[in-house]
Design a protein around this ligand. Structure first.
Ligand code: TSJ
Length: 643
């Protein structure tokens, strides 16, 4: 009987549903980006965004997100409750929202309209990709329920309207859904990602409280996100652990019918973090709001720098990246009709957003800096630092290019190898002439080249470029590698011309040796970064000790841990020789311990993360000796991984 009723009631609707949501199930990636964990989590965000929208409408201040034991997720808010009234299509508005795919339908969670408009755009997509969905609405003094399976309604309507299951004075919307395991590769929500996103949402909506519960664990996790400081707090959190140069600056304003909010703070680091949000949605590729902010901010700082005399008539302006050196900023706008560009729809495209942010920044940043000269000076100081480094690098590029010819005769001390097969060749950069001499004798001449360097090569960041170029070691090294001088530096650097598969730094195992390593790595970082990123740079590990229990039984020990092990395992007496430096080893010993590919130990230098890399370079360049040493030692285990 019920089945008959259903068929009658829903026949037409089911067809509508099939036509409406089938494309989502056929090509889920188009709508939620992926069917992996990211896409899975996105289902939650799509639903939460609807509640946030209700908050933006001024009607909701509390959202609860729960990861349930059964693998489902529940999102509940205390808003007005979704409209359940009869829609023009002859069914409850709620039905229409959950079963109608909205035009465009691309992966796009940007559907916020800060003023009214139709909500629940992502909700039909989530419904289509859910094994089961249950909607509970408190509104008009009643509690209504509706349920779906893989996007199809299973609740019987009464004259097209939702059944009332109870009465209440409260209002709100609750949606519980369990992702479809036939669509998603994994159906386990990632709590860390969800929490991060909810926390971000809390920063962007200071009046909102978002409770998060993870009931899947033995010990359920409960966190409440409430960030009354808004994007100011967001910037503080982003800068946590870094040395801030001033308090967070916040301003807001309105122009072109766009609401603009900006918070920024400079830290004593060589990095730039500028995040853009439109209607609470993060725009990973930035867009017009970010461009408007950057352009005007650069203009403002250059104007001040000229007024204050930091830039003289003859000086060129700071570049945008100069001005943003050390900056962490959040730019958040509210736009009535946001448009997005690109495949992933993560780049804001509205031209009026650029105008609005530019106008508000021009007015408000100037108003702030006029009254806060100390902060202004910190910002300009940061830009000056960046400009200096930039100019050094630019000079390095042109000088190295123009001086390429005269450098070709400076291979004096290089003892090259016989083979021209780069994949087999190695070059050892050896500290000290005496160790260099031993290495030349000891090496396999066929594939091992030796380049001795004396003392400390120049710190490439501190020395003037002419000095860098005049430095015989650096010239020789660049020539020997083969990818520098013929093609120039920076972006033109041609790794395919590299003449050695391995560039092996061989320095004493003391602080001076570590310093030489650092200087060489700095040189490579700044001018030939691919050497490191492509894994061509190594550090040789000469032994620290030789233990001899009896003649012919010697064993080389490469660190103190090895010595400790040796002491444990060898009970009897033994002679222990401690090497002070490479110079103490005769050629045969040097071969056995450090050159012979069969027996030696190498550390490969690998720093992939550009964030780590930029921090590292800064550390390496610093004038502060103590932290630099610390870095070198710490990174014997971290940045430089054992192979
Ligand atoms: F995604 C969703 F649709 F499933 C969903 C929507 C999920 C959740 C958890 C909440 C919501 C939602 C929708 N919360 N609040 C609203 N509000 C409305 O849709 C609404 C309420 C009242 C009026 C009105 O004009 O009276 C208008 C709207 C759009």
């Amino acid at each position: 009987m019920a089945a008959d009723n259903k068929a009658q009631d829903y026949g037409a609707e089911n067809i509508l549903v099939l036509e409406g949501l089938e494309p989502v199930r056929e090509r889920p990636g188009m709508y939620i980006g992926s069917t992996g964990t990211k896409g899975l989590n996105h289902l939650i965000y799509e639903i939460v965004d609807n509640s946030v929208d209700e908050h933006l409408a001024g009607c909701c201040d509390h959202i609860t997100v729960t990861l349930e034991k059964d693998g489902s997720a529940t999102v509940e808010d205390n808003g007005r409750g979704m409209p359940v009234e009869m829609h023009a299509k002859g069914v409850s508005a709620e039905r229409v929202i959950f079963t109608t795919l909205h035009a465009g339908g691309k992966f796009d969670n940007s559907a916020y309209k800060t003023s009214g408009g139709l909500h629940g755009v992502g909700s039909s997509v989530v419904n289509a990709l859910s094994d089961h969905m249950k909607v509970t609405i408190k509104r008009n003094g009643h509690i209504y329920e509706d349920e779906y399976e893989r996007g199809k309604p299973v609740t019987e309507l009464i004259n097209g309207l939702l059944p009332e299951v109870g009465n209440t004075r409260q209002t709100g919307t609750k949606v519980n859904f369990i992702p479809d395991g036939t669509i998603f590769e994994k159906t386990v929500f990632k709590a860390e990602d969800v929490k991060t996103r909810l926390h971000e949402t809390a920063y962007l909506n200071p009046g909102l409280t978002i409770d998060f519960n993870d009931l899947r664990k033995e010990e359920p996790e409960r966190i409440s996100f409430h960030e009354p400081e808004g994007i100011t707090g967001f910037v503080k959190a982003l800068n946590k652990g870094a040395e801030a140069l001033h308090d967070v600056v916040y301003y807001k304003g309105e122009a072109e019918d766009v609401e603009v909010e900006v918070a920024f703070q400079y830290v004593n680091e060589f990095r730039e973090t500028v995040l853009g949000f439109c209607n609470n949605i993060y725009n990973a590729d930035g867009g017009t709001h970010i461009t408007g902010f950057k352009t005007m901010f650069t203009t403002v700082i250059n104007n001040y720098a000229r007024q204050l005399g930091n830039l003289k008539d003859k000086d060129s302006n700071f570049t945008g990246p100069d001005v943003r050196n050390g900056m962490t900023a959040v730019v958040s706008i509210k736009h009535h009709d946001p448009r997005f560009e690109g495949q992933t729809k993560t780049k804001l495209d509205n031209q009026d957003a650029a105008k609005a942010v530019s106008k508000v920044t021009g007015d408000e940043a100037v108003r702030f800096f006029d009254r806060n000269l100390e902060t202004l000076k910190a910002v300009i100081g940061s830009a000056e630092k960046a400009a200096k480094i930039r100019k050094t690098e630019e000079k390095a590029k042109t000088n190295l290019l123009t001086k390429q010819k005269y450098s070709f005769d400076s291979n004096g001390k290089l003892a090259n190898c016989g083979s021209k097969d780069a994949s087999k060749c190695e070059i050892f950069i050896v500290e000290g002439d005496s160790a260099g001499g031993s290495a030349k004798t000891a090496r396999n001449r066929e594939f091992q080249a030796i380049l001795p360097i004396r003392g400390k090569i120049l710190n490439v960041e501190k020395a003037s470029i002419d000095k860098v170029l005049a430095n015989a070691e650096i010239k020789t090294m660049i020539n020997a590698f083969g990818c520098g001088f013929s093609e120039g530096y920076g972006n033109d650097f041609d790794i395919t011309k590299l003449r050695y598969d391995k560039i092996i730094i061989m320095a004493d195992a003391d602080v001076d040796g570590a310093h030489i390593c650092t200087l060489l790595l700095t040189l490579f970082y700044r001018f030939m970064p691919e050497l490191i990123s492509e894994g061509h740079v190594y550090i040789a590990m000469p032994p620290l000790y030789k233990a001899m229990p009896s003649k012919g039984q010697e064993e080389y020990l490469y660190d103190d841990a090895a010595l400790a092990r040796y002491r444990k395992e060898h009970k009897g007496p033994f002679t222990l020789q401690r090497y002070k430096g490479l110079g103490e080893m005769d050629p045969e010993q040097l071969w056995e311990t450090t050159l012979d590919p069969e027996r030696r130990m190498l550390k490969s230098v690998s720093i992939d993360d550009p964030m780590i890399a930029s921090n590292t370079t800064e550390l390496l360049m610093g004038t502060d000796v103590a932290p630099r040493r610390e870095f070198i030692h710490a990174n014997a285990t971290e940045a430089l991984l054992d192979i």
